[in-house]
Design a protein around this ligand. Structure first.
Ligand SMILES: C[S@@+](CC[C@H](N)C(=O)[O-])C[C@H]1O[C@@H](n2cnc3c(N)ncnc32)[C@H](O)[C@@H]1O
Ligand code: SF4
Ligand code: SF4
Length: 363
C-alpha cells in the first residue's frame, strides 16, 4: 500500500441513472433501461454506505448527490437527514425540472449546497435546447427564485449555486449568467468544459471502460476549435469578474488552463496530470465505486468497506492508469479544486506563463 495515500476529497453518490430530461450533452436518459429502479441500492443500503464512510472518514466531510436526477429518488431527504445525523455534509445537483413540490422540503432539509444546472439566462431557448425539453428553463428559473425566497424568509444557510456547461451555443450567456448570480445574491457559479456525451452513459449499461489511450473524439475537437477564439475572450472576462469579486468557483488556475486548452488542447494536456485517482470516490446507483468515472469500477460498496476499496489492488492499478492517461477530461472540474491543492506550484506557474504568452501573442 502507498503510505502517502490521502483519503478521498470528492465523494459522489450517483443515486440513480434515471432522468426525465433529454439533454443533448448526456446519454443517461437514452441508455437507462426502464426496470433499472429495482437494481438501485435501497435506502438501507445507502444508509450503511453513509455509516461506513463516517467510520472511515470521521465527521465533517462532504458528499454530493448526483445521477441521473437525484430528486427522482423519493428517499433523498431521508438519506440527507441520516447523513446530517452522522455529522456528514450534504450537497446535491439538480436539473430543477420536477422539484416544484419540494421547495419547502429542500430549504428545511440538511442539504447545505444545491447546484442548479442552468445553461442560459437571457435566451430560454438555448437552455431548453441543451436540455432537450421545452419548458425546462421556466421550471428551473422558478425553482431558483422560489427556493431563494424561501431561503431568505426562513434565514436558511443553504448555498444556492449555478452549474453551467460551456457550449458553442451558450458562449454569449456566460457573462450574463455570472451577473444573474451576483444580482440575485446566489452563492456562486461553476463552469464546466463540455465532455464527450459517451462519458455520460447510464452506469448500468457501461460494458467496458475506455482505455487510458482514449483520445478526444474528432467531433468534439472541432467543436472546441470553432468556439476557441470567443471562449478565450470570455474566460478573460471571467477572470476580470472574479478579481472584481463575482463569485466564480473555478480557480484562476483552472480558468487559465482552460484558455491554454482552447488555444491548443494538446499543449495543456501534456502538462496536466490527472489526479482523480487520489481524490475521487464515486459510487454509482448499484454500489460500484470508481475513482475515474471513465474507467472500470474498483470495487462494490455492498460487499467491501470503502477503506478496503480505496486501498485495494484495483484502485492502485487505476491510479497507475490515470498517470499515463491521455484523455482530455482531466480539464473537467473533478480534477480542479477551488483551493487548488491538487496542483503543484511549478505546474501553476507554467500554466499561467503559457496563458500570458497566448494573451500577448508570443506563443
Ligand atoms: C450528469 S448531471 C447529473 C445531475 C442532474 N441530472 C443535473 O443535470 O444537474 C451532472 C452535471 O453534468 C453536466 N453535464 C451533462 N452533460 C455534460 C457533458 N457532456 N459535459 C460536461 N458536463 C455535462 C450537467 O449539466 C450537470 O451539471
Ligand atoms: S445532464 Fe442531468 S438532467 Fe441532463 S440528461 Fe444527464 S442526468 Fe439528466
Ligand atoms: S483524464 Fe482523468 S478522469 Fe479522464 S479518463 Fe483519464 S484518469 Fe479518468
Amino acid at each position: 500500500m502507498n503510505n502517502t495515500l490521502l483519503k478521498p476529497q470528492q465523494i459522489t453518490f450517483d443515486i440513480t441513472d434515471r432522468c426525465q430530461m433529454q439533454c443533448v450533452t448526456c446519454a443517461k436518459w437514452s441508455t437507462v433501461p426502464s426496470d433499472v429502479i429495482n437494481k438501485e441500492l435501497t435506502t438501507e443500503e445507502w444508509k450503511k454506505v453513509l455509516s461506513d464512510l463516517r467510520n472511515w472518514l470521521g465527521e465533517g466531510f462532504w458528499f454530493c448527490f448526483s445521477g441521473g436526477e437525484p430528486f427522482l429518488r423519493q428517499d433523498i431527504f431521508e438519506l440527507a437527514d441520516y447523513a446530517h445525523s452522522l455529522g456528514i455534509k450534504v450537497a446535491s445537483m439538480t436539473n430543477g425540472f420536477s422539484i416544484q413540490h419540494l421547495y419547502e422540503k429542500i430549504v428545511d432539509s440538511p442539504i447545505e449546497s444545491l447546484n442548479f444546472s442552468l445553461n442560459a439566462i437571457n435566451n430560454p431557448l438555448i437552455h431548453d435546447e441543451s436540455r432537450g425539453r421545452n419548458g425546462s428553463y421556466e421550471k428551473i428559473i422558478d425553482a431558483i427564485n422560489e427556493i431563494k425566497s424561501l431561503k431568505d424568509e426562513k434565514k436558511s444557510s443553504i448555498g444556492l449555486n449555478i452549474a453551467t456547461i460551456m457550449l458553442p451555443e451558450n458562449l454569449e450567456e456566460i457573462i450574463p449568467l455570472v451577473e444573474f448570480v451576483t444580482l440575485n445574491k446566489l452563492n456562486g457559479i461553476m463552469f464546466q468544459l463540455l465532455d464527450d456525451k459517451e462519458s455520460f452513459q447510464a452506469y448500468c449499461v457501461r460494458s467496458s471502460s475506455k482505455t487510458s489511450k482514449y483520445v478526444m473524439p474528432k467531433e468534439l475537437r472541432i467543436k472546441y476549435k470553432n468556439m476557441s477564439k470567443r471562449a478565450i475572450e470570455i474566460i478573460d472576462k471571467l477572470i476580470e469578474m472574479k478579481q472584481a469579486g463575482h463569485s466564480i468557483y473555478n480557480s484562476y488556475e483552472q480558468l487559465n488552463a482552460m484558455k491554454v486548452f482552447f488555444n491548443n488542447p494538446d499543449d495543456i494536456l501534456r502538462d496536466i496530470k490527472c489526479d482523480v485517482g487520489s481524490t475521487n470516490f464515486a459510487i454509482d446507483p448499484y454500489g460500484d465505486v470508481r475513482l475515474c468515472f471513465n474507467m472500470d469500477p474498483v470495487g462494490n460498496i455492498k460487499s467491501e468497506l470503502p477503506e478496503m476499496i480505496w486501498e485495494n489492488a484495483q484502485s492502485q492499478n487505476c491510479r497507475l492508469l490515470t498517470k499515463s492517461c491521455k484523455m482530455y477530461c482531466r480539464m473537467l472540474n473533478c480534477n480542479f479544486k477551488q483551493n487548488f491543492t491538487n496542483f503543484n506550484k511549478s505546474f501553476l506557474e507554467k500554466c499561467f506563463n503559457k496563458a500570458v504568452k497566448i494573451l500577448s501573442g508570443r506563443h
